[in-house]
Design a protein around this ligand. Structure first.
Ligand SMILES: *[C@@H]1O[C@H](CO)[C@@H](O)[C@H](O)[C@H]1NC(C)=O
Ligand SMILES: *[C@@H]1O[C@H](CO)[C@@H](O)[C@H](O)[C@H]1NC(C)=O
Ligand SMILES: *[C@@H]1O[C@H](CO)[C@@H](O)[C@H](O)[C@H]1NC(C)=O
Ligand SMILES: *[C@@H]1O[C@H](CO)[C@@H](O)[C@H](O)[C@H]1NC(C)=O
Ligand SMILES: *[C@@H]1O[C@H](CO)[C@@H](O)[C@H](O)[C@H]1NC(C)=O
Ligand SMILES: *[C@@H]1O[C@H](CO)[C@@H](O)[C@H](O)[C@H]1NC(C)=O
Length: 483
């Protein structure tokens, strides 16, 4: 998958790509004009069956059921390698739930002695088939990536597909928020064809590879009926696209050729970014977080911890409530003219000024584009705020320190200042410095998950002169203005 691959798409590919995209456009238009289901069964009836307008039921062997989708309906297919396993095992074990999550990590080679006996906290491993048996092998541009892609097929052929509704692809350095993933996939009909994933954050990456591609490290999901159709065609697709460098691109091409386009989910994060991504994680899009990727290319998520510690720290909060993880809640303390912005389970900011949500929802550009991409703007697929020394616009920054659950479903997270702001107070507002605040306590009292896509509101409780401020999360009132 697209992770350590720092190659640009080979130039030689562009002509073929053009021809392919014309075909894709044709198929997509045809599907839209006729009936989506018709295109879905192209392998069994031929692309142009006797009556193109006939409704063709999915021939899925799964019993069609309306029961809610749960964790047992998802099969994970994790692309790993023996070389990276030592280092990345802890990333997977942070989210994997033994005996609950299903699936495998696929390795290039048998695990070495140091990994045996295989940890029961890790997904069971499988070793990928040896590609040299494929007649196309000598022509493959990048056999390592084809190996990763074929894990989908090899996972399917392992059997034990009973009640599988979704296959979810990821890398060994992808962190999944499984409860949110279950909720997301539950919104889609697994008996139809779905390819759910996300673009890169870097405009240049999408330009070079595809805007219609789900990045594999970020993770993408394929509905089971799509997998059933795809698997028998996979090797012929690999032959058709033997020149493709990257498994994610191969995947999107194979799906495009059977009329399946990417459905974008905004909580899926490739993290094609460099350095400090706290700006993004403090203004996460208004959707549940599903994945995070690329930990080895960015600073530790929490500045006072290393990356492995950061991930387990984040998952500690995720254990309590994934629906609120990294969800941005904003409220104001009017006597001081301060704005509080909390990214639950991660960070809290204080601005010495009243700043509306429309501004604060844009991430602070604490990060850069990956070093191997152009530095010429526009760089990112989302709007950002530039870092500034203006005391009315620069936040005081706090990161999650502790999380504890009290009775009555009350969860308290605390956020500590990690470094001084080193600026004068904002004199254009109340001229009231927040330098003395060392900690923010956030109170969450709820028995339910937060509704996906909706924000919550909060109230600030602060007594002048204290060094701790309290923030209480609550539902927003009807029409409540956050400005
Ligand atoms: C998931 O749903 C199935 C019904 O489709 C049910 O039999 C099973 O017990 C559920 N599993 C979990 C872990 O909730
Ligand atoms: C998983 O299930 C097996 C067999 O049912 C059991 O021996 C093992 O202890 C379980 N592992 C965990 C981590 O619960
Ligand atoms: C794959 O098979 C070839 C030919 O038999 C062999 O040379 C190679 O070592 C094998 N690769 C792996 C990873 O086992
Ligand atoms: C966080 O701040 C609180 C209150 O100021 C303090 O008691 C606690 O030790 C701090 N945590 C760390 C890790 O420094
Ligand atoms: C703002 O407060 C500082 C002390 O914190 C004071 O020196 C300064 O004169 C004040 N500025 C204004 C415009 O009131
Ligand atoms: C808050 O700032 C506004 C200007 O943005 C100012 O008019 C108002 O007086 C300030 N409130 C306080 C309590 O200083």
């Amino acid at each position: 998958m697209l992770q350590n691959i720092r190659y640009k798409t080979p130039h030689g590919a562009s002509c073929k790509t053009f021809a392919v995209s014309s075909l894709i456009i044709f198929i997509l238009i045809f599907c839209t004009l006729s009936y989506t289901q018709f295109c879905n069964k192209s392998n069994s009836v031929g692309l142009f069956g006797s009556n193109p307008f006939e409704f063709i039921r999915p021939t899925s062997s799964q019993s069609v059921t309306n029961s809610p989708t749960n964790i047992s309906h998802i099969r994970f297919v994790i692309a790993g390698s023996v070389n990276s396993w030592k280092h990345r095992k802890s990333y997977i074990e942070a989210w994997w739930r033994p005996n609950e999550t299903r699936g495998n990590v696929f390795l290039d080679l048998p695990p070495t002695q140091e990994f045996l006996p295989w940890s029961s906290a890790s997904p069971p491993y499988q070793i990928n088939e040896n590609l040299t048996k494929l007649r196309i092998y000598p022509k493959l541009a990048n056999p390592g990536q084809v190996r990763m892609y074929r894990s989908i097929l090899e996972s399917f052929r392992l059997g034990d597909n009973k009640d599988v509704r979704w296959c979810v692809m990821g890398d060994d350095d992808s962190l999944f928020f499984v409860d949110n993933l279950v909720e997301l996939l539950g919104k889609y009909d697994h008996n139809k064809y779905y390819y759910i994933g996300a673009n890169s954050e870097a405009i240049r990456a999408n330009y070079d590879f595809s805007f219609d591609m789900g990045y594999g490290g970020a993770g993408y999901a394929l509905s089971y009926s799509l997998i059933e159709t795809l698997v028998p065609m996979m090797d012929s697709c690999i032959e058709r696209y033997s020149y493709v460098w990257v498994s994610d691109q191969l995947s999107s091409f194979c799906l495009a050729d059977i009329g399946v386009a990417l459905t974008i989910a905004k909580g899926i994060h490739q993290i094609d970014l460099d350095g400090d991504i706290s700006g993004l994680l403090s203004s996460h899009p208004q959707y549940p977080i599903i994945t995070l990727h690329h930990f080895d290319f960015i600073n530790p998520l929490y500045p006072s911890k290393n990356q492995a510690e950061s991930i387990s720290h984040m998952m500690e909060a995720a254990k309590f409530d994934q629906s609120r993880m990294l969800q941005q809640t904003i409220c104001y303390h009017r006597p001081t003219n301060w704005t509080f912005s909390v990214s639950w389970g991660y960070s809290a900011h204080i601005y010495e000024n009243i700043i509306p949500r429309s501004v604060l929802r844009k991430p602070l550009e604490t990060f850069g584009p990956p070093s191997y991409y152009s530095k010429t703007p526009p760089l990112f697929m989302f709007n950002t705020r530039k870092l500034t020394d203006n005391p009315c616009e620069a936040p005081h920054v706090f990161f999650m320190d502790s999380i504890k659950k009290l009775e009555d479903n009350l969860v308290i997270t605390t956020y500590n200042r990690t470094s001084p702001r080193n600026l004068q107070p904002c004199s254009a507002s109340a001229n009231h410095s927040a330098d003395s605040i060392t900690q923010i306590q956030v109170f969450l009292q709820s028995t339910k998950r937060k509704e996906a896509g909706r924000i919550e509101c909060c109230d600030v409780e602060y007594v002048d002169g204290m060094n701790v401020a309290d923030v209480k999360l609550r539902s927003c009132l009807n029409g409540e203005l956050i400005a």
